[in-house]
Design a protein around this ligand. Structure first.
Ligand SMILES: Cc1cc2nc3c(=O)[nH]c(=O)nc-3n(C[C@H](O)[C@H](O)[C@H](O)COP(=O)(O)OP(=O)(O)OC[C@H]3O[C@@H](n4cnc5c(N)ncnc54)[C@H](O)[C@@H]3O)c2cc1C
Ligand code: FES
Ligand code: FES
Length: 1414
């Protein structure tokens, strides 16, 4: 049978695909076939939103065009027949005109690395196409499926809120004291809460949007016919009628029905399942019908979740409350169900028939008594969705030929109550740990139970009903007795073995009881006082808050930026909030990342083959199955390496494992094929046999087996023995801090292009470390380093994860290119990336602290253990930094710190923002809080008492100069109204039994520079060409921190030095021809044979520390900060959030952040945003452009340069006017760097590699903020803080007991999302505290603020303590261990009460848990 043509539109252009392959996703098609690389691949599983596009189609039932967002990574192209696709390129461009959405995210600093930006833009754009004046809530909801790892989300929201009808900025004109423009100002130093001026934004004009393709509109009434698309392995049949569908199902009973592909897509991609026949029912009217019947609303099985949600919301608004109890339960589940992109395409039938044991809807439908209509050719039946519907794991009652036609969700009746609950690790877009629907129907007019249904997901291999328990309660009254009996019944009936998949056994069991308790209270609350008191319990007022549903409050975050001083010249960009130079291109999808580089004609794809065992001998490798995959070229392994297979910073790694593997994910070889899809299939075909060896997985294993890298590191001062003997009290204990995945949005990627001559090769790599990339490849190929050119345009995030571990991929890809002689590309899938590349080191701290009754610390001993993994990599440096931060901000007279790097069979852990500092300081704050509790003193008092003073010596003998922590502390206490707030917290805790609040203020002191002296150097090379243009070459890498922006601001000492050299050489020519132009002087210098190439070099003076001798000065200076957080926890579920400052007394359940950040007063400043975008758009299009030079080159110089990026002619016009000194040249440099931002060739990596090998390290290990002044670095404060929030409260890596990483993507590993950011997040910078040791008196802010998120961790601990005290004889002095991260599981388990007591079961002696701590 011949295949049909697939017809769809992309950005208004018709696409006709004659060979549509059902396995091809829209994302792959856009990027590879159409060359539209603006849509990004972040995860491939619908979890990050980087691939968001807008789909539009004519809806025949609604009789209108509909627009919705979708994940291109999950959408099969075959599902797009007669659909219009809009990508980020389709709505605006820097070459023509940016769309207002693109402009606003760029100007509001909502784009750092920019990899998430196109997805953000398309989510917002789609919302505006449906609702041109959305509410703030609608805006926030539209981002539930989008992740960003850099910005901390606030700037994105702040920019997009300007579209909101209820939350946009009024421009400061209205008499609105809350407006961002009307914040308090100060005479001396002006602080501004807003980085942009909304008045400058282009207005949104909905009439200007692209129209729906007329050709598709004309087809709206045309009859639809069955279509068939044939791929390499899969056939897709689009049925057009129900009859056709049932016939097809009868012919192909094994066929899968695909609607949204959100389940099948995952199974095909990640579970490697193959479905040879796919039938799409999406067009069939009966499957899309919504009918309001006498007993409920019936939804066709192909109705999208979004449309179901909308229908139910309408029903709730119209119908009497007693009829919509069930609907409200469904809507409550929908609130926390995936992102918009998934809900817009996923079907209700797909969710039911997938039969996932953690489906959110199935327990609700089961408890509600929903009815399902099932049909096949010639049969039709309607069945209740009860406990028999799911007979086993992912099984339903449907026969092979049957399909689900519809589901009827019932109206509730008088006397019927319904609730739904879900607890996940993260609120937004996360799958449940336990999810449930609960329903009770009372005998009319009584509180006597007639029907009771309690249905759960997450408690078995299917959705279950606790009917043994509920059956016993029929005819009983709704009172305490019933409560106790049901809880006891559930504890018995919902048993989970200790090795249950998903782990968290005690937590899940406890949740079932907690949920019922909430339901019990909610019903009690609703029943009110109408019922006889002897039959129905009364709601204790202190229990009332337990019944409140989790509410999100719109974040009202404020960052106070210091404005530039009055009188600073307009063209002086230093201190001004210059947006990231590439932000406009990032927002329009034009910014080129590694995998966006167009494919070479003869390019091949590589896929790594990795170990599935943690420790084993390799017995054999069989590639025969792989060779059968079409397009297979070769398999490469250690045997193919011409040079050395030894690699790694410590020369302790192999490029390919030869005889032995030492971790799951250890690279053994790689397949090379024609396409990435074939490469994936071929890699699966490689069969490896092993002889398993005993593995060491955890820190505890390593300690037991004495398995360490190198000798112990030690630092000490004073007399510990004496200190402990003098102490009034000694406390010892331990605390564990889990690891963290970098989760940069762009995974590791390399393209290697062999040059065919003398071993030359050019590599395009997403790396922070061009130097090691080059040397490792050269070493592997056995060629001199000068043959290997490494280019880095930009990265979609790095955070340390691309510091050394990127070489794992680049070296393998280089070998493949060498062997095949063709360009080879590899971009890791998210699951591979997480498995292979390691992350932040887990730490175990064992401490003993001696202190006086007053809380003064007199002695401290801490043993630090890190899980380094299977190679040493940067682990020593990480441990050294932990040891040098073990005091945090406290003076301890007698101290000893020991550090050991555990050698384990895990993927090697590596650099991550903070580099061991956060782990060292968390341990410090842990024992500090224990000291306060033991002394019975407020923790803030004990912290303050032990704080260093100006001029004090640290235990590594570095004098503290400009020690501003006490000032930060006092300001933070004052501005957060700490003491008043504390009384409020105490009052709240007395009044609320099941919700508790905690408050904590935490300081930080973070050392800047590297302990190894040679790492603290940097250089630049500047060429001035004969036409006057300038090329700046430097070794830094752009990963989102805005390095190029800073270069443009000439804010690096080495750049300044190079500029000065050149200016000095030009002086004689300027003197000779004072009225000449820049070009004249340059030409004259050239003709006089004066070199206009110069290098700049900077070395941080006098730094370096030796752990061997415990001597030296480890840090150039310190950055300080203080944060205060107030949190509220739900003791029954483990949920937590940070309260909002403004709404403190009126609204419950919000989060507050008060954060004072000390850095120099001019470091983070905001004046007016440089209005370059409107300026160049309007100015250069008009006739005035000809007279540009006369109109004021100073004022508009930067604008002009931006404009010139797009026009070579204009570029000539905008060469700066003659002027004085450095500023003049710096402007030229700015322009050229802007150009460099556009044209990759401008960066000459090989040049700097030749003479400046370590500079890049300086910037990147410091996460790019090492010396960058005065651009809006405070944005990095928020980004770092939110990453810290993830580290300490959310992100949890799970490993199997065998060392297999179980959390390998956004569905299981949760980084902070929009919903996690503090409701109020105030960041301000300490005034008048300049730093003499860096350019423009700046300070590094990329890494230090991360630790301040520990204030949330300890506020949570505070709240838990309040909960425990209530249930354990009011003993507020009892110590307990809370390990990091403080997830809902840990919080709930720590809030011990009658429910936890009922749920905890004895742990069997020899069971194997699902996951273990490493
Ligand atoms: C990022 C992401 C987040 C998610 N979050 C959640 C969440 O929070 N809670 C939750 O419960 N789920 C969640 N899911 C799961 C997803 O929502 C459901 O799997 C979805 O409803 C499936 O619908 P679909 O149309 O995409 O199914 P498809 O993938 O198209 O099909 C799924 C299965 O249903 C079968 N099927 C579909 N329609 C019929 C029919 N009419 N008759 C018979 N069989 C049929 C198919 O054969 C297939 O086996 C998430 C998924 C993703 C990707
Ligand atoms: S790439 Fe599609 S959602 Fe992440
Ligand atoms: S800017 Fe969002 S991921 Fe980098």
């Amino acid at each position: 049978m011949t295949a049909d043509e697939l017809v769809f539109f992309v950005n208004g252009k018709k696409v006709v695909e004659k060979n549509a392959d059902p396995e091809t996703t829209l994302l792959a098609y856009l990027r590879r076939k159409l060359g539209l690389s603006g849509t990004k691949l972040g995860c491939g599983e619908g979890g990050c939103g980087a691939c968001t596009v807008m789909l539009s189609k004519y809806d025949r039932l609604q009789n209108k065009i509909i627009h919705f967002s979708a994940n291109a990574c999950l959408a099969p192209i075959c599902s797009l027949h007669h659909v219009a696709v809009t990508t980020v390129e389709g709505i605006g461009s820097t070459k023509s005109r940016l769309h207002p959405v693109q402009e606003r995210i760029a100007k509001s600093h909502g784009s750092q690395c920019g990899f998430c930006t196109p997805g953000m833009v398309m989510s917002m754009y789609t919302l505006l196409r449906n609702q041109s004046e959305p509410t703030v809530e609608e805006i926030e909801n539209s981002f539930q499926g989008n992740l960003c790892r850099c910005t901390g989300y606030r700037p994105i929201l702040q920019g997009f809120r300007t579209f909101a009808r209820d939350g946009g900025c009024c421009g400061g004109n209205a008499d609105n004291s809350n407006c961002c423009m009307n914040q308090k100002k100060d005479d001396t130093v002006t602080q501004s809460p807003c980085l942009f001026n909304p008045e400058e934004f282009m207005p949104l004009d909905p009439t200007q949007e692209p129209i729906f393709p007329p050709e598709l509109l004309r087809l709206k009434d045309a009859p639809q016919k069955q279509l068939r698309f044939e791929g390499e392995r899969v056939t897709w049949i689009q049925a057009s009628t129900l009859k056709e569908l049932l016939d097809l199902k009868a012919q192909h009973p094994e066929a899968k029905l695909v609607v949204g592909n959100t389940e099948i897509g995952i199974e095909m991609k990640f579970k490697k399942m193959l479905f040879p026949v796919i039938v799409s029912p999406a067009w069939i009217p009966e499957l899309n019908l919504v009918e309001h019947g006498p007993e409920g609303i019936s939804f066709g099985a192909a109705c999208t979740l979004d449309s179901v949600e909308k229908t139910l919301k309408d029903a709730v608004a119209k119908l009497p409350a007693h009829q919509t109890e069930v609907f409200r339960g469904v809507l409550e589940q929908m609130r926390w169900f995936a992102g918009k992109q998934v809900k817009s395409v996923a079907s209700i039938g797909g969710n039911i028939i997938t039969a996932s044991p953690i489906s959110d809807l199935n327990p609700v439908f089961m408890a509600s008594g929903a009815k399902l209509t099932i049909v096949s050719r010639g049969t039709r039946r309607t069945v209740p969705m009860d406990h028999t519907f799911f007979p086993g794991y992912r099984k339903t009652l449907l026969g092979p030929e049957e399909i689900l036609l519809s589901i009827e969700i019932p109206y509730s009746r008088e006397g019927e109550f319904f609730s739904a609950f879900k607890q996940a690790s993260r609120r937004d877009d996360d799958i449940a740990k336990v999810t449930c629907g609960m329903r009770v129907l009372f005998q009319p007019g009584t509180t006597q139970v007639k029907e009771l249904a309690l249905c759960f997901g997450g408690m078995a291999d299917r959705t279950i009903s606790a009917f043994k328990t509920t059956r016993k309660q029929l005819s009983n009254f709704w009172n305490e007795k019933l409560l106790h009996e049901v809880c006891a019944g559930l504890a018995e009936e919902l048993y989970l073995p200790h090795d249950a998949p998903g782990g968290m056994v005690d937590f899940r069991r406890t949740l079932t009881l907690s949920f019922f308790f909430k339901f019990y209270l909610t019903v009690l609350h609703k029943l009110g006082k109408d019922h006889p008191e002897d039959k129905c319990g009364k709601l204790d007022p202190t229990f009332a808050s337990a019944t409140f549903l989790f509410q999100k409050d719109p974040p009202a975050n404020v960052q106070l930026f210091q404005e530039v001083p009055k009188g600073q010249s307009e063209e002086d960009t230093v201190g001004r909030p210059l947006p990231h130079l590439a932000s406009a291109m990032q927002a329009s999808g034009e910014a080129v990342y590694c995998d966006d580089i167009p494919r070479y004609e003869n390019e091949l794809s590589l896929r790594l083959v990795t170990s599935t065992l943690a420790h084993a001998k390799i017995k054999s490798i069989d590639i025969s199955e792989a060779q059968k995959v079409p397009g297979f070229v070769c398999f490469i392994s250690a045997d193919d390496i011409p040079g050395s297979n030894t690699t790694g910073l410590g020369n302790d790694e192999t490029i390919f494992a030869k005889d032995k593997v030492t971790c799951v994910g250890h690279i053994i070889g790689a397949v090379v094929t024609d396409t990435p899809e074939h490469a994936q299939r071929a890699a699966q075909g490689v069969k490896i046999t092993y002889e398993e060896l005993p593995a060491i997985i955890s820190i505890e294993d390593a300690i037991k087996n004495n398995s360490f890298w190198g000798r112990e590191l030690k630092i000490e001062k004073g007399d510990l023995k004496k200190g402990f003997s003098e102490a009034d009290n000694v406390v010892s204990g331990e605390v564990y801090i889990g690891g963290q995945d970098h989760f940069y949005l762009e995974t590791q990627c390399t393209i290697a292009v062999p040059k065919g001559e003398a071993g030359e090769m050019e590599l395009f790599v997403s790396t922070q470390n061009t130097n090691k990339t080059q040397s490792f490849v050269a070493n592997m190929l056995g060629v001199p380093a000068n043959r290997i050119v490494v280019r880095v345009k930009r990265m979609g995030g790095g955070f340390g994860g691309k510091e050394t571990r990127s070489t794992l991929v680049s070296t393998a890809v280089a070998l493949a290119a060498y062997k095949t002689g063709c360009p080879v590309r590899c971009m890791l899938d998210r699951d591979e990336d997480m498995l292979i590349t390691g992350g932040r080191h887990p730490f175990l701290g064992r401490y003993k602290v001696g202190f006086m009754k007053t809380g003064r610390i007199v002695a401290l001993e801490v043993e630090h253990y890190s899980n380094a993994g299977n190679s040493v990599d940067l682990s020593r440096g990480v441990m050294e930094r932990a040891l040098l931060h073990m005091d945090n901000c406290y003076k301890i007279p007698n101290i000893r710190g020991i550090g050991r790097l555990c050698k384990t069979n895990l993927s090697s852990n590596t650099a991550f923002r903070g580099f061991g500092g956060p782990q060292g300081m968390l341990i410090a704050e842990h024992w500090m809080s224990e000291v306060a509790v033991t002394c019975g003193l407020p923790a803030e008092e004990v912290r303050r008492k032990n704080m260093y003073k100006e001029g004090d010596l640290t235990y590594f003998d570095q004098k503290l100069e400009g020690f501003t922590v006490p000032r930060c502390w006092d300001e933070c206490l004052a501005s957060s109204q700490f003491h008043a707030r504390k009384s409020e917290v105490d009052k709240f805790n007395k009044e609320n039994c099941w919700k508790k609040r905690g408050l904590c203020i935490i300081p930080t002191k973070f050392g800047i520079s590297f302990l190894t002296p040679f790492l603290n150097q940097a250089g630049a090379l500047i060429h001035v060409y004969t036409d006057g243009s300038v090329l700046l070459t430097h070794g830094g890498t752009e990963m989102g921190q805005g390095l190029h922006t800073k270069m443009v601001q000439v804010s690096c000492l080495w750049t300044v030095e190079a500029c000065q050299t050149i200016l000095k050489r030009l002086e004689p020519f300027k003197r000779k021809n004072p009225s000449g132009s820049w070009e004249d002087w340059v030409t004259a210098a050239y003709q006089d044979a004066v070199s206009l190439s110069a290098t700049g070099f900077y070395k941080t003076p006098n730094v370096g520390y030796s752990f061997e001798t415990n001597s030296g000065k480890p840090f150039h200076y310190f950055t300080y900060g203080v944060a205060c957080s107030e949190v509220e926890i739900d003791c029954l579920t483990g949920d937590h959030k940070v309260r909002c400052l403004q709404n403190f007394s009126t609204k419950g359940g919000k989060e507050e952040k008060q954060l004072n950040y000390n850095t120099n007063q001019r470091q983070t400043l905001v004046g007016k945003i440089m209005p370059y975008i409107p300026a160049w758009e309007t100015f250069f299009k008009g006739p005035e452009s000809k007279n540009f030079r006369l109109l004021g080159p100073r004022r508009h110089c930067l604008n002009a340069i931006f404009a010139a990026r797009n026009s070579q002619d204009l570029w000539k016009q905008v060469m700066p006017m003659p002027g004085e000194g450095l500023e003049r040249l710096s402007r030229v440099v700015r322009g050229q760097v802007s150009r460099a931002g556009l044209f990759p060739a401008s960066f000459q990596a090989p040049l700097w590699v030749a003479w400046c090998p370590w500079w890049k390290q300086y910037l990147s290990l410091g996460n790019g903020e090492a010396v960058c002044p005065r651009c809006p670095s405070a944005l990095q404060v928020e980004g770092a803080f939110v990453q810290g929030l993830g580290l300490f409260t959310l992100e949890e890596l799970h490993y199997s007991p065998e060392g297999n990483l179980l959390t390998r993507g956004p569905s299981t590993y949760k980084i902070p999302a929009f919903g996690n950011i503090p409701t109020e997040f105030r960041v301000s910078l300490l005034r008048d505290s300049p730093n003499k040791k860096a350019i423009y008196a700046s300070k590094a802010v990329g890494e230090p603020p991360l630790f301040l998120a520990a204030s949330i961790f300890f506020a949570i601990k505070d709240a838990i303590r309040a909960a425990r005290a209530q249930h354990a004889d009011n003993n507020t002095k009892a110590l307990f261990q809370l390990d990091s991260p403080a997830t809902p599981e840990k919080i709930r388990n720590a809030c011990v009460d009658k429910f936890t007591t009922l749920s905890v079961t004895d742990v069997p002696g020899n069971y194997k848990p699902w996951s273990r701590r490493v």
